[in-house]
Ligand binder design. Sequence first.
Ligand code: FAD
Ligand code: 2HG
Ligand code: ZN
Length: 499
Amino acid sequence: MSLYCRNFSNLIAKRCFASSSKIPDLTKDRYPIQRGQYAELSDKDYAQFESILDKNRVLTGSDTQGHNIDWLRSVRGYSNVVLKPKTTEEVSEILKYCNSRKLAVCPQGGNTGLVGGSVPVFDEVVISLNSMNKIEYIDEYSGIVTCQAGAILENLESKVQEKGLCVPLDLGAKGSCHIGGNVSTNAGGLRLIRYGNLHGSVTGVEAVTATGQIMNLMSNFKKDNTGYHLKHLFIGSEGSLGIITRLSIQCPTASKAVNVSFLGLNSYDDVMNTFLMAKKELGEILSSVEMIDEVSLNCSNKVFNGQSPIDVFPFYMLIETSGSNQAHDEEKLNEFLRKAMESSLVIDGVTTNEPGKMRNIWLMRERIADSLINIEGYCFKYDISLPLTHFYEIVPATKERVGDLASFVCGYGHIGDSNLHLNVACKNFNQEIYKAIEPFVFEYTSKLKGSISAEHGIGFHKTKYLKYSKTPEAIAFMKQIKELMDPNGILNPYKVLPL
Ligand code: FAD
Ligand code: 2HG
Ligand code: ZN
């Protein structure tokens, strides 16, 4: 074990756009789906939108293109209008009008979602939260922060940092995703092991329902047991029950002492046992435990000209500690690493508390998703929860199943939360490989009693597979809730629930 960090100067590299400019097929052509019985936009509708918003916040024509294609370039709608409200009242007016006209709408945050939920399937009206980005109030005593839903996660993080706080959520898309999009997807991310999911951290939500009703469920307290906990219906419902316009979130105190270790291991069993040891030895200071396989790391470093600080291994782990006393944390971390190496679980590694070096190690991890969609023409993504004793088996099983149809198959993810990211990269989307992978991956997951979506959600891509994780009774109840809250079915149709 080398307890030092090598020079990372060439790690920060330019993004590779080689295949990223590819425009996907229209969703309606790629998938067997029919447009619902919604109205089509007329001149009168454009005029009405312009009377609710000013003219430059009603985008049409080529200005709508980026809003029709998802980050993965896996789906494409053909909406001709993007609305950019600035206030909750404007969102309410828009929805009231769309509901009265039976115009379908697609709520959109930073458009970084990975399940095809954030763009229209057909010609739905896009309601972009981009202009609702005010950070309204930071209560440094309670740590509760109130903001509009369109605040970009990274901007929110910078603002709360000024008060010695941190957002209890971090993910590779932080430069573009909105906090409202994060809440709508119940995003997990890199530190869920420390801070839990957003159902716990979000103290209040303001949302507009399909009929334009403003539901003020805001609260500046962690403790509020008054009646049914309605805010949870909006957290993770992916824009299908309402549009989140504002929210309050509990931000913990930022840690004074942070350390990052990057470790090389020989087998998945060693990864699992190192995780167990990390939990026992590091206890309350453990703030992230990520696993990366060799193919995933290679891809990130190849696309971004990165360089691993250690030799090549079949598996890597990124372990982060966050606490309040550097000497204490370092002592614990060193003791853990000594034990892990003595028992031959960890073969090599580096550890650092220098901000630049920690950032570079994190970049290698955070850029995997981006590298996987840029190295080949297409990437199938699965974010599944699996029991740790069977966590990695699905990677070789999928590899065997797809054979030469794929360029490569890899696995990485939030092992600290039992969440694997299985990725299958290939030259182009095609029916043969699609049918080889789905429903295979979901059946495999279901047999192990896993979840077919650990964090990205159901979106457009997984509606027909919801049954692998939820009973018919649960799905029927979800449909009843949807009908109650959105009687005309205008909010993000074709998403979340099976048709
Ligand atoms: P969008 O993509 O715009 O929308 C996502 C869904 O939420 C859509 O269904 C949309 O209709 C709905 N929606 C958006 N805003 C609102 C709103 N205000 N009200 C109602 N509905 C709304 N996810 C994780 O969980 N963990 C990760 O570690 C992670 N890492 C990622 C890394 C990268 C590089 C990328 C590209 C994505 C990653 N994601 C991750 C996916 C993740 O779901 C999103 O990045 C994020 O949570 C979505 O936020 P967004 O603002 O981009 O929402
Ligand atoms: C991550 O953890 C994201 O980086 C993306 O959730 C996962 O690329 C993926 O499959
Ligand atoms: Zn993830």
